[in-house]
Design a protein around this ligand. Structure first.
Ligand code: PLP
Length: 492
């Protein structure tokens, strides 16, 4: 019995691998049952079991009298970046909804497809333990020294500069160590804009950036953003020329949630526009090391000749989200950022800066980055295949070039928030699209975290979300049929 089980599972895995590597492309017919049985020296019933398993996994469809065909994949997202699409600047009000969603996600036992965090099992916990005890032994004064008047740990600054040599030379005077990238972004935005100002953002964008704009009483201007090439520089130029924006807050490398990377030519053009129109850019570069192409992209800061770019990053995505160590390279706004840093949190933990500096200065960091990128690239592809298999054919999915997430666009009738509530009841958490817009866009989209190792639980969860989407669509069709105007008969 178990040998039999292994035989059909083995054949199913073999065929699944051929489908994944596109030997059998979407729409292709698989070899016939008889042919597979002869070729693999298996019984007809074993081959049929294998094909049924592939059907269950959503990889193939059976067509009566015709055989098994590879299922079509979900379509890629179409370009959204039409400059005409730009709306008015708007005050942001997503915080209450975000809190509600985050609270629901804490439901005990919920399977987490919501957060854009690296999976624990890929993080270098053992190595960090070693580095921590080595630093504590070597420099015990770091456990007592107060960091108020001296924010930076010198070796941390050195390592930040070293890691940037591929794209340029950072002036050490411009670096300020922060408590994570989030603090860097907050300090940067507070330094360059004031309440009532308008901040240009990508659309969709990371909800914490919206929350930040909301908390500071600023307005957001959503700039059309292409799922492959990022923010429309044409649209942004239009907004700058019209004097609509006082600052930009962007994630040019692996935008969260689209995962797109701005082409280098667009970054260079953007840097020129910032100088020309005297508009600062707070650049969130937290995913640079988690971009999949082998040539690491450069930040916009690499093209900045006038100091208008405030580069923000951290080591949360590759080394340790809990260390909360990041930095800002603040350009012409350094003094203001230093002042704000001082009054907001005094300093940044010198011990953790020293630990991070040791780690990122060693070869461990490069192998850690390689390991993470390899694993996450595969996991994103696996999740994308599952979305293709289990979601309705009308859905489209992003092709991220970095980061941990996939963005799924569903038909307009689907309500991502209702979907989120239904999924939470079934113990599955993800992010509804409404949280990624200041103006209520993307109510038919969801963001899925792909960082975790693939498992039957995750496969089941994606299948369940797909079924819920099917249900919403079916109910919509029924409702539309019920609401269709009836023919009124005249009675005399
Ligand atoms: C675009 C982006 N910026 C910043 C952060 C947060 O970084 P940190 O944990 O260093 O504050 C995240 C985390 O999800 C993110 O997606």
């Amino acid at each position: 019995m178990s040998a039999q089980t292994n035989l059909y599972e083995h054949l199913a895995d073999e065929l699944a691998a051929l489908i994944a590597s596109r030997v059998f492309a979407p729409g292709d017919r698989l070899p016939s049952i008889r042919h597979l049985a002869q070729q693999k020296r298996l019984s007809i019933s074993t081959v049929m079991q294998a094909l049924r398993l592939l059907e269950d996994r959503g990889l193939v469809n059976a067509k009566p009298q015709a055989g098994y065909y590879v299922r079509p994949r979900a379509r890629g997202l179409v370009s959204l970046a039409d400059a005409q699409d730009m709306k008015e600047p708007t005050y942001v009000g997503i915080n209450n909804l975000l809190m509600e969603v985050l609270r629901a996600m804490k439901t005990p036992g919920a399977l987490q497809l919501g957060l854009s965090w690296p999976p624990d099992e890929l993080l270098p916990v053992k190595r960090m333990q070693q580095v921590m005890s080595a630093v504590a032994r070597r420099s015990p004064e770091l456990l007592t020294r107060e960091g108020c008047f001296d924010t930076n740990e010198p070796n941390f600054v050195r390592q930040v500069i070293r890691r940037a040599v591929d794209w340029g030379r950072i002036n050490p005077q411009e670096i300020i160590a922060t408590n994570s990238c989030t603090e860097a972004l907050s300090l940067g935005l507070r330094a360059v804009a004031k309440p009532g100002d308008t901040v240009a953002i990508e659309s969709p964008t990371y909800f914490v950036l919206l929350q930040l704009i909301e908390s500071l009483g600023m307005k957001a201007l959503e700039i059309p953003t292409d799922p492959k090439t990022g923010i429309s520089v044409d649209a942004l130029e239009l907004a700058m020329r019209e004097g609509l924006v006082q600052a930009c807050l962007l994630v040019p490398n692996a935008n969260n949630p689209l995962g797109c990377i701005m082409p280098e030519a667009n970054k260079k053009r953007l840097a020129g526009l910032l100088t020309q129109y005297d508009v600062p850019l707070v650049e969130d570069d937290v995913y640079r090391d988690m971009c999949f192409p082998s040539d690491r992209p450069w930040p916009v800061k690499a093209y900045d000749r006038s100091g208008h770019v405030l580069l923000c990053s951290s080591f949360s995505k590759v080394v340790s989200p809990s260390a909360r160590v990041g930095y800002i390279v603040a350009g012409r706004y350094t003094e203001q950022v230093a002042y704000l840093k001082n009054v907001s949190s005094g300093g940044t933990n010198h011990f953790t800066q020293a630990v991070l500096a040791d780690f990122i200065g060693s070869s461990s960091y490069d192998s850690q980055v390689r390991k993470m990128r390899r694993a996450v690239t595969q996991r994103v592809a696996r999740m994308s295949d599952a979305v293709s298999a289990f979601f309705p054919d009308e859905c489209s999915v992003s092709s991220p070039q970095g980061g941990f997430v996939l963005w799924v666009q569903m038909p307009d009738e689907v309500d991502a928030l209702a979907l989120h509530r239904q999924a939470i009841e079934k113990g599955i958490a993800f992010m509804p699209g409404q949280l990624f817009s200041a103006s209520g866009k993307f109510g038919n989209c969801i963001r899925l975290n792909c960082g975790n190792a693939w498992s039957t639980e995750i496969e089941r969860a994606v299948r369940t979300i797909g079924e819920l989407v099917h249900q919403q669509l079916d109910q919509g069709i029924l409702r539309a049929a019920r609401e269709r105007p009836r023919v009124i008969e005249f009675t005399r």
